[in-house]
Design a protein around this ligand. Structure first.
Ligand code: IMP
Ligand code: MG
Length: 176
């Protein structure tokens, strides 16, 4: 059987650029004067964080953490552990979690609980893609780029089996 490949483009490069700039303007307004910490979730959020931060003309800190859900495949198992933690203390800071996609919501819900326990001054979430139809737990999202249907997507940070993160757009994965 042929390996799955990127197929139809769901979100074009130019649409991403325009929407990320819009999100940047909203975040700039909301965080003016607060020196927030952007927490990017490795590895998928790398392109999004890189583009988003350059649209934020405010003093901020960027840090990353890597979470791993047990089990492999194309869906989340629900158990999340931090395999590479932040390098700074977020106590008393305004924290904005930045992730590529929310699907079941289990990863983001668990990360929010973990970071909330460190007593940040505020904790909000920003995701590029929202698969609303798949939610298994309620998670408040403060900034959302695009709502997409329930298809497995790759590109702009999102991978299938470690591949296709480098595509400049978001495409549906064909052949799974
Ligand atoms: P959740 O815990 O089900 O919300 O899953 C979130 C994580 O699963 C994301 O951060 C991605 O790493 C991965 N994921 C969910 N849907 C997709 C997809 O369509 N393409 C690639 N990765 C996905
Ligand atoms: Mg991810």
């Amino acid at each position: 059987m042929a390996a799955p490949r990127p197929g139809r483009v769901l979100v074009a490069e130019e649409e991403i650029r325009a929407r990320v700039a819009e999100l940047g303007r909203a975040i700039t307004r909301d965080y003016a004067g607060t020196n927030p910490v952007l927490v990017g979730i490795l590895q998928g959020a790398v392109p999004f964080v890189a583009d988003l931060m350059r649209g934020l003309p405010i003093d901020l800190t960027v840090d990353f953490l890597r979470a791993s859900s047990y089990g492999a495949g194309t869906s989340s198992s629900g158990t999340v552990r931090i395999v590479a933690d932040l390098s700074i203390d977020i106590t008393g800071r305004h924290v904005l979690i930045v992730d590529d996609i929310i699907d079941t919501g289990l990863t983001l819900a668990a990360l929010k609980r973990t970071l909330e326990a460190r007593r940040p001054q505020s904790l909000r979430t920003c995701v590029l893609l929202d698969k609303t139809g798949r939610r298994e737990t309620e998670v408040t999202l403060d900034y959302v780029g695009f709502t997409i249907p329930n298809v497995f997507v790759v590109g702009y940070g999102l991978d299938y089996d470690g591949l296709y993160r480098n595509l400049p757009h978001v495409a549906a994965l064909d052949g799974i």
